[in-house]
Design a protein. Structure first.
Length: 329
């Protein structure tokens, strides 16, 4: 648009009716979304000038795509490509809406449900779910892999959830081929008078949480609380000159002794004297509380996706930007 046409447009804004203002605002929002997505995609293309097909280094501009993204043609293999060729979202028709889903997942406000996003973005709920799974896969490296200084470690628990599982359907359809699942369906506990919390300790999945004073954080699902499991999880990530602060679980003491790490056991019972004001696990306790608040709207994420939800929480705590996710995928 030429400058004098833009000034003329601004001049006539006061003449718009309320309905026209609303339509213009909606249109401007759509244009802003598309512009942000195109900017990030083209920034990825500028970061690497090599052809994704043959890795040739010379290219030339070759028009634009239907979604107004810059297209290039390789001077080696003569094939065309864009900034998202070869990526997970190379066939996505609306990268702008995909970026909006990432903003909702990583924004300051609590994330919306799949159905709420489906209504606001006017997309099928299954499409929004697939996009969210792509983003969860992109967040797989959100947890830190190195801890030093004063390191806090503790574990929390997530009740096992088999949402979406077809095990009971298969069993009722063909009991001879599919054995009865070991766990009852959730609604049977109230109907048959079985207390929901009795005997469910075996269904609690332990999650190891590690944090240091430098801001490194890690949430990791572990198989159990045995000494070997704790040592296998902590040995690759905790520095040998670190100071470990934990509760009284024997696995932490065994790991500290075998690794030669200074270890402080934090007393958790009322009336017990604290070791010092410096050595505590308050950061871990705060992360556990924030994690419970994060998962509460989901009514317990399915256990098969638990790893993705853990990295999602770490990404929200670490303030990972949505545009970084778009470049990653």
């Amino acid at each position: 648009m030429k400058p004098h046409d833009f000034r003329r447009l601004i001049k006539h804004l006061d003449d718009l009716s309320p309905a026209q203002v609303q339509d213009a605002s909606r249109r401007i929002t759509e244009v802003r979304r598309k512009t942000e997505a195109i900017t990030e995609i083209e920034a990825r293309a500028q970061a690497t000038s090599k052809c994704p097909h043959c890795r040739h280094g010379e290219r030339e501009k070759w028009g634009r795509t239907r979604t107004n993204i810059q297209r290039y043609r390789c001077r080696g293999c003569r094939r065309t490509y864009t900034g998202r060729t070869g990526s997970t979202i190379q066939h996505l028709h609306r990268p702008d809406l995909f970026l909006e889903v990432a903003k909702d997942m990583l924004g300051d406000r609590a994330p919306s449900s799949i159905r709420e996003l489906s209504r606001s973005l006017r997309r099928n709920k299954h499409t929004i779910w697939r996009w969210r799974m792509i983003i969860l896969n992109a967040l797989s490296g959100a947890s830190s892999n190195s801890f030093g200084g004063i390191v806090e470690a503790d574990e929390t628990y997530q009740r096992e959830s088999r949402k979406g599982s077809r095990e009971w359907v298969r069993h009722l359809r063909n009991p001879s081929q599919h054995p009865k699942p070991p766990r009852r369906r959730w609604y049977e506990y109230g109907e048959k008078g079985i207390p929901m919390m009795r005997g469910l300790s075996r269904w609690q999945l332990p999650i190891l949480t590690v944090a240091d004073r430098g801001g490194a954080r890690r949430f990791q699902r572990i198989a159990g609380r045995s000494n070997g499991t704790i040592q296998m999880a902590l040995s690759p990530i905790v520095a040998r000159d670190a100071v470990l602060c934990t509760d009284g679980l024997a696995g932490y003491a065994a790991f500290a002794q075998s690794s030669g790490i200074e270890h402080f056991v934090i007393k958790t019972k009322p009336g017990q004297k604290a070791v010092s004001a410096t050595h505590h696990i308050q950061n871990i306790n705060s992360l556990h509380s924030r994690y419970k608040d994060f998962t509460r709207p989901f009514r317990g994420p399915a256990s098969k996706y638990l790893g993705g939800y853990l990295q999602w929480f770490i990404a929200r705590v670490g303030k990972i930007r949505p545009d970084e996710i778009l470049r990653t995928v």
